[in-house]
Design a protein around this ligand. Structure first.
Ligand SMILES: [Zn+2]
Length: 1063
């Protein structure tokens, strides 16, 4: 008779755990028998490569013998190994594996093809040489490319520390081994039963059934008698085949491999990470026919296409089979806050076009699992780019409030809705464990409305993706009583089912998806933000000038060609740098060396392209033509007339000025730097030949009592104190001269905070930093007048802002300008300090307005609820505003994205100083600009939106030879209303020679707009942002299809409208 023991739960669980432990009792437990036989590889030859070289070059290297136990380095270096393998002849019929552990990332190459990645950290050390050894398979030569970095780069003691350049990695294993599949299967079964016993709720009978079953299995196994393995397996099977009820939650499992396009490693390493990771998944697809793998970021595919063509062909094959699934539709998984509206669209335009061209696939879901907050304009942009679904999980990182949904409709600022899903397991890196499956169901917030969820499994961030263990675990949970049903699925299958079965029951979330964490990323690495903003405007300018030049030249049959390929190259560089660890400032220093080199390329190339296009547009065709004149022209690449003071290039006033332009120089001014200034009036999307005869109402600078300086023009008056603070700013012509600045607290007050987050240094600013506010008042040089008018008045002062940090600022008021401009230079050498500038206003309101992509939104400026107070630091673009009825104050900037508004105070975040993962982040010299603009009426009526564009997109001056017949001024596009902004003018991507115009309603109200062009066109149609005809877009409100020079459209609040014009 059997001895029946009343089992103790903890000891029984531990008994099972020890039975499959890779750490304890491995000499006698099940785990220790997975590899019953092993044998060292025959020989290892090593070659220290001069960098990340291709295979063809690597095999020609100078190889010398190496052995297990040897270390290789330093960090980021590459080592190639030629490995000879001889499998012992008595292993016939066995599954044989090569086991390689260099404790780093590595890639095995066979016959010149990349076959599979290795990584020591997650035990990815096996490569299956054969599932059943045959006669002719016993000898093999393979190459292994070892990268001297781990999955998470080369940091010391802690994941996000800056890389240690001198790390070495030890080759600890290089052998062939027999893999005992029957033992492996038993391990998976014991693990599953143990996990159910451990994690099912204490009151669950099923958990105890699992406990007794696993105990029975262990009792049944006798290692001396393999027939007992089958007996144990049958015990497990009996339990696992007990099925679920029909009402169970369904988990749609999808393989995934989050590869940060750069983060704790540079872009160049990511290229190899893609090959290592994706080849692993391809090998798994060959073995597991239902295994699906979701893979985003067209840029990574393009890299693989360039560097690993044979792997790319394999990917194509598995895309056709529906196993390798391109997702997301974007060029990279970009930051969700900072890119401009047009950059967001280009992420999809380049991404979707790539997926269409290479795979014939248009992604239907936007895939951004790991980004730090999501703009309220994304739903509309997604819908205009062929996408109606959205997946992330990052809001599970919220510090304060738990987001109320996992499956819901997300509505943007224009009212567009997309179906959103957050995998309720709160991760994109599941491993196939029972615990995760139970948590997924337990945590799901939309129970009753929906009964399904997505489950993304695979190692991530540093790549490597799904493993055999994960697939073997999941396959055993297809339909087991006590657990959710688990099936391999695809995003399309999952979302389609939700749409069909649950769509009408789901709740809605309107506005942004704000992440209550990582809000230092609006500010960290200030120069990346500055280069991003600048590059976005540069490419906008290139496209406008090049389009107009191309149109003119088509007519004149000139040589000029629209630089489509070059534009595409530059856009891709910009889009790449918008990746969600690069633009936010959370990467290691090496990444920023690459990023800034790309920005330099964009800056230089765009400068050349703009100059070529402007010359083609109005320059003389023959440079040396006798009657050609040299003039200075001013170009405006924005959709409204601009009246501004500009700096004229050096020789403007000299003798090469054409006679008719040599007018009396009344009204001109030479500024304190020696630049000639001129006052210009340039039409919408057009140019003007500079004439010096425009004379504005002058601006003046004067000294008042008490070391105060007054700057005044016909629009505003400002008083500045000794340390550069604005103590008064008033709009002129008002009945009473209201002070826009709070009478008790001066504006333009620099403040510095302690900025010590809890862990994610470059990412996080915590709410408690606000309690450490210290005004910067240490004067180095008091304020003094630089320029006195009549075109420009300015003052200058300097402050000490820390032990080694200083700040110099010039405050400028130009003739006829409604705002004060602040040109700031900071020498920044701080440790965990945060510099902001604050503007206490005289405005009373309960909300602040912030510009976002193609529109704006309001957020509270108080801390009523936990949701309000969690938004103590928020993202905005070119302007933010505090307004009451009839009056307001806006702050504009040319490169900043962080704001904090509390009551009547608007703060702009300037510089941070985190030390990980980049110890040198933001150290050094910075220059940036912002502006203060008080206004009557609303910010819309007062022109804040246009002023902010002007501030970011200086008029372009250029000296060139032109034909005398050239008109003094010309406008290519104009709009009947300032409420609609024509943002983008470009040629169509398909090379058909059509014009693409993109405009949006900027005020947040319906408006009819008539767009007038300077040229005739044959046809206008509405298209989507991918420049395709889209039958789902309504065109009723447009008088389209007609030839002529104007088109009238009605736009709804914040609507983005793209027109395709055939000339
Ligand atoms: Zn990421």
């Amino acid at each position: 008779m059997d001895h029946v023991v009343m089992k103790h739960k903890r000891t029984t669980l531990e008994r099972a755990e020890k039975f499959i432990s890779p750490l304890y009792f491995t000499d006698i437990n099940l785990y220790g028998r997975v590899y019953p036989k092993c044998s060292p590889v025959t020989s290892i030859q090593h070659y220290a490569a001069p960098g990340r070289i291709p295979y063809e070059k690597a095999v020609k290297g100078d190889y010398s013998p190496a052995q297990v136990g040897q270390s290789f380095g330093p960090s980021w270096s590459t080592h190639w190994f030629c490995v000879e393998i001889d499998v012992p002849s008595d292993w016939m019929g066995e599954e044989v594996r090569l086991r390689w552990n260099s404790n780093s990332e590595a890639l095995i190459w066979i016959n010149g093809q990349p076959i599979q990645g290795f990584s020591g950290e997650n035990n990815r050390t096996d490569f299956i040489l054969t599932e059943s050894l045959k006669d002719n398979e016993s000898h093999k030569t393979v190459y292994i490319e070892m990268a001297c970095n781990g999955l998470f780069g080369a940091g010391d003691n802690g994941m996000i520390n800056p890389p240690n350049p001198n790390r070495t990695f030890t080759l600890s294993k290089a052998e062939v081994a027999v893999f005992d599949r029957a033992v492996y299967n038993l391990i998976r079964e014991v693990e599953l039963l143990h996990d159910m016993a451990q994690h099912l709720p204490e009151g669950s009978e099923r958990g105890y059934q699992a406990l007794y079953t696993v105990n029975q299995m262990i009792n049944a196994i006798n290692f001396e008698d393999r027939s007992t393995f089958e007996k144990a397996h049958m015990i497990a099977q009996k339990f696992l085949s007990q099925k679920n009820g029909d009402s169970q939650h369904v988990i749609h499992a999808m393989g995934h491999c989050h590869i940060d396009t750069a983060w704790l490693w540079p872009y160049a390493e990511t290229i190899r990470k893609c090959a290592r990771s994706w080849s692993i998944s391809i090998r798994l697809m060959e073995k597991y026919k239902d295994f699906t793998f979701t893979c985003s970021q067209a840029q990574q595919y393009e890299w693989v296409k360039q560097h690993y063509p044979s792997l790319f062909e394999e990917i194509k094959k598995f895309v056709k089979r529906g196993q390798f699934i391109p997702v997301g539709g974007s060029w990279v998984e970009m930051d969700g806050n900072i890119p401009s509206g047009e950059a967001f669209i280009r992420q999809f335009l380049f991404g979707q076009r790539f997926f269409q061209q290479e795979f014939g696939v248009t992604c239907k879901e936007f895939w951004l699992p790991d980004t730090f907050g999501y703009s309220a304009q994304l739903p509309q942009i997604m819908r205009q780019c062929g996408i109606t679904r959205f997946l992330t999980q990052k809001l599970s990182w919220n510090l304060v409030n738990k987001f109320p949904h996992h499956t819901f409709w997300w509505q943007g600022i224009d009212g567009s809705k997309v179906l959103a899903h957050f995998p309720p397991g709160d991760s994109y890196e599941m491993k196939g464990f029972v615990k995760e499956v139970l948590y997924t169901v337990e945590n799901f917030r939309d129970k009753g409305r929906s009964g399904k969820s997505a489950y993304l499994f695979g190692f991530g961030d540093g790549g490597h993706g799904p493993s055999e263990d994960m697939l073997e675990r999941l396959k055993r949970m297809k339909d087991v009583d006590g657990l959710a049903r688990v099936r391999m699925s695809s995003p399309d299958e999952f979302f389609s089912k939700v749409e069909m079965e649950d769509g009408h029951k789901l709740c809605r979330w309107a506005g942004e998806l704000y992440l209550e964490l990582h809000n230092g990323t609006y500010t960290t690495h200030a120069k990346v933000k500055q280069n991003n903003r600048n590059s976005e405007f540069l490419l906008h300018n290139v496209e406008f000038y090049a389009t107009m030049a191309a149109l003119k030249m088509t007519a004149n049959q000139n040589e000029y060609k629209y630089p489509a390929a070059e534009l595409s190259r530059l856009w891709k560089l910009l889009l790449l740098n918008q990746f969600h660890d690069v633009l936010p400032g959370s990467s290691i220093g090496m990444v920023y060396e690459d990023a800034h080199a790309y920005y330099k390329d964009i800056r230089e190339s765009a400068g050349r392209l703009i100059s070529e296009a402007q010359n083609a547009l109005i320059g003389s065709l023959e440079e040396k033509a006798a009657d050609a004149e040299t003039v200075t022209s001013v170009f405006n690449s924005l959709g409204w007339e601009r009246v501004e003071v500009v700096c004229v290039p050096e020789s403007e006033n000299s003798t090469d000025m054409p006679p008719q332009n040599k007018r009396k120089k009344k009204g001109t001014q030479v500024d304190s730097e020696g630049n000639s200034l001129a006052f210009v009036r340039v039409p919408s999307y057009g140019y003007q030949i500079i004439s010096l005869e425009n004379i504005p109402a002058p601006v003046t600078a004067s000294i008042l009592e008490g070391d105060l300086i007054k700057l005044e023009n016909n629009k505003v008056m400002a008083v500045i104190d000794k340390i550069g603070r604005v103590i008064q700013m008033s709009i002129k012509g008002q009945d009473r001269y209201r002070n826009a600045v709070c009478s008790k607290n001066p504006a333009n007050q620099f403040v510095i905070y302690d900025d010590i987050p809890l862990y994610w240094d470059a990412w996080d600013v915590m709410d408690y930093h606000l309690e450490t506010r210290k005004p910067v008042t240490d004067l180095l040089e008091p304020v003094r007048i630089l320029d006195k008018g009549p075109l420009r008045a300015s003052v200058k002062f300097s402050l000490k802002i820390g032990k080694d940090s200083t700040l110099h600022q010039i405050i400028i008021l130009d003739a006829e300008s409604p705002c004060l401009h602040f040109e700031t230079q900071v020498s920044w050498h701080e440790n965990h300090k945060f510099l902001k500038v604050e503007f206490p206003t005289s405005v009373h309101t309960f909300e602040a307005t912030y510009e976002i992509q193609y529109g704006h939104l309001k957020r509270p400026n108080h801390y009523n609820t936990s949701w309000d107070s969690a938004r103590f630091e928020v993202c905005g673009h070119k302007w933010a505003d505090l307004s009451e009825c009839g009056y307001g104050v806006a702050v504009l900037n040319d490169c900043k994205y962080g704001y904090s508004a509390i009551d009547n105070i608007l703060r702009l975040s300037l510089l941070r100083s985190p030390k990980t993962p980049d110890a040198d982040a933001d150290m050094g010299e910075h220059s940036f600009r912002y502006a203060l603009m008080p206004h009557l009426g609303s910010y819309q009526e007062a022109g804040v939106i246009q002023e902010a564009y002007n501030f970011n997109c200086p008029l372009s001056l250029c000296k060139m030879k032109v034909m005398p017949a050239l008109l003094d001024t010309s406008s290519y596009f104009s709009l009947s209303t300032r409420q609609v902004v024509l943002e983008t003018v470009k040629m169509s991507e398909d090379g058909q020679g059509d014009l693409i115009l993109r405009m949006y309603e900027a005020f947040g109200g319906q408006e009819q707009a008539t767009l007038t062009t300077s040229f005739d066109f044959k046809q206008v149609v509405r298209c989507n942002s991918l420049e395709e005809n889209d039958p789902t877009l309504e065109s009723d409100s447009l008088n389209l299809g007609t030839a002529g020079r104007s088109v009238t459209c009605t736009l709804c609040p914040f609507q983005i409208l793209t027109l395709r014009i055939t000339i």
